[in-house]
Design a protein around this ligand. Structure first.
Ligand code: NBP
Length: 481
């Protein structure tokens, strides 16, 4: 063990001191907790101590053994290294120094299946593991993020006084709650990011319509988004959309007009869509958002295609106020669908993986710190208060009324975009989902007939129980596929 003077008293260890780890460590120290620090490259530790060492009680260490020895038992260590193999490497190294009941918390953006595997591997070593989704970026990590811890319940109870103090508070409630066992915390963080993708894509499509159909410039659109923030759409993303549109560069022109139109992605949106496909949940808005980013990345191909294909003639004209209001209402209806899909995905995941997710509480902890923080999340909380077992937010009366009120505008906006060649994949797939959902009888009866015709897959009838197969040809002979 280390002979460090402060050995054995630090309440929290932070391993990995890049932007997120350093800020979380500072957050904990500023809240009065003694924090042990370790980073593979010691320069990061030295920099943190030199610049911020005065902010609280830190114990800087230069080896994993010293780091572990600096912590009070049971030890609680947050790992904030790059997701993937580095997390496994650090767990393996830490395990050599830890005692039974010590706690490892992975605060990175890990894939939930990795978290579930690590939970079991740590359990086998008598180490308590928590996978904690953290939202809010570097500023959130410092000032107070939203935290989604999942894993060993007793370990969460031990760290709860610390993490709830580190998390941001909204109306007296910390944005941190125990999510569920195994990888539940990272799953919920993943869906949060997926919803963030959909929300941003919808905003981008609203921007494209205002710009391409009505010729509005960035400053005019900044004003519109600022107005929208005062209503149902009130959210951090709408607020920063106005700020991004308002910004000019050193030429005095809107900065947004100079930015390359290729979106990057780190993968959590794609993971959300992949998991939704595995679970069979239609999360069309999130998936369209992932595809839209992929298409944006094909910039060269888009350039070639533009030269080959004529664009429908758009008669750009000044918009009526009602037309801008219609885009706002269509955005709100599409956003409701995107969130309904994301929340249904969590409902189905909970059933599939045996987690007890409290969706009302999850919407509550997303009200602060998170990128998708919004007034809207209160409406979601209220819907789950009315019915904790609500299978889809669109079945709640508040959301039904909101969508019905917006429906005419929603259709009209999409028609105008389609007629004028403006791609609105998230708006239109949200509407298609809504139109599919609100019909008790869809067209899949024909699909079942086709499947039975070529593959003898059988079908069920409305008027009789059982499975049926038909010899489909007119003369009654079996059809070969
Ligand atoms: P990065 O994801 O950029 O990772 C850098 C850190 O990982 C450094 O401390 C680095 O140590 C360490 N590291 C690497 Br890389 N490989 C290692 C290894 N094999 N063994 C030990 N340490 C290793 O840091 P970040 O941006 O602070 O993010 C940390 C986690 O938080 C990630 O999972 C990220 O996805 C997640 N997250 C980030 C944000 C954000 O806004 N940035 C938001 C929410 C969540 P070194 O200094 O020695 O190279």
């Amino acid at each position: 063990m280390s002979d460090h003077a402060a050995a054995g008293t630090a309440e929290l260890g932070v391993l990995g001191l890049a932007v997120m780890g350093a800020n979380l460590a500072r957050n904990a120290a500023r809240k009065g907790f003694e924090v042990a620090l370790f980073n593979r490259n010691h320069e990061r530790t030295d920099k943190l101590m030199a610049e911020h060492g005065h902010e609280g009680k830190f114990v800087a260490t230069k080896s994993v053994a010293d780091f572990v020895a600096a912590l009070a038992k049971p030890r609680a260590i947050i790992i904030m290294v790059k997701a993937g193999k580095p997390v496994d490497d650090m767990i393996a190294e830490l395990s050599e120094h830890l005692d039974a009941e010590d706690i490892i918390i992975d605060g990175g953006n890990s894939l939930f299946t990795d978290t579930s595997r690590r939970f079991k591997e740590c359990q086998a070593k008598n180490i308590r593991f928590i996978g904690m989704g953290i939202s809010g970026g570097e500023e959130g990590a410092l000032e107070g993020p939203s935290m989604m811890p999942g894993g060993e319940r007793s370990a969460y109870d031990h760290i709860a006084p610390m993490v709830t103090k580190m998390a941001v508070t909204v109306e007296g409630t910390p944005c941190c709650t125990y999510i569920g066992t195994e990888g539940a915390g990272h799953y919920v963080k993943m869906v949060h990011n997926g919803i963030e993708y959909a929300d941003m894509q919808l905003i981008t499509e609203a921007y494209d319509m205002m710009k391409t159909l009505y010729g509005l410039d960035a400053a005019a659109m900044a004003e519109i988004f600022t107005e929208w923030k005062a209503g149902d759409l009130d959210s951090y993303l709408i607020e920063i959309t106005a700020a991004v549109l308002r910004k000019t560069d050193d030429t005095g022109k809107p900065l947004v007009d100079a930015i390359v139109d290729e979106a990057e992605q780190k993968g959590t949106g794609r993971w959300t869509a992949q998991s939704a496909l595995d679970l069979g949940v239609p999360v069309t808005a999130i998936t369209e958002a992932v595809y839209a980013r992929a298409l944006s990345g094909r910039r060269g191909m888009r350039g070639e295609a533009e030269k080959k294909y004529p664009h429908p003639a758009v008669a750009i004209r000044k918009p009526e106020k009602a037309e801008i209001d219609a885009i706002r209402d269509a955005l709100y209806a599409s956003k409701i669908v995107a969130y309904a899909q994301g929340f249904e995905q969590m409902t189905v995941a909970a059933q599939q993986f045996g987690w007890e997710l409290h969706l009302g509480e999850i919407s509550t902890i997303w009200r602060g710190g998170c990128i998708i923080r919004a007034r809207f999340l209160d409406r979601i909380k209220e819907a789950y208060d009315r019915d904790p077992k609500l299978s889809n937010l669109l079945l709640d009366d508040y959301f039904r009324d909101a969508v019905v009120k917006a429906e005419a505008a929603w259709r009209q906006v999409i028609v105008r975009a389609v007629q004028n060649g403006v791609a609105v994949p998230a708006f239109s797939s949200a509407l298609a989902y809504y139109d599919g959902l609100r019909r008790a009888r869809g067209p899949a009866n024909l699909l079942q007939g086709l499947r039975d015709y070529f593959g003898a897959h059988t079908y069920r009838r409305l008027d009789k129980d059982g499975s049926f197969h038909t010899r489909w040809s007119q003369d009654g002979s079996e059809i070969e596929a």
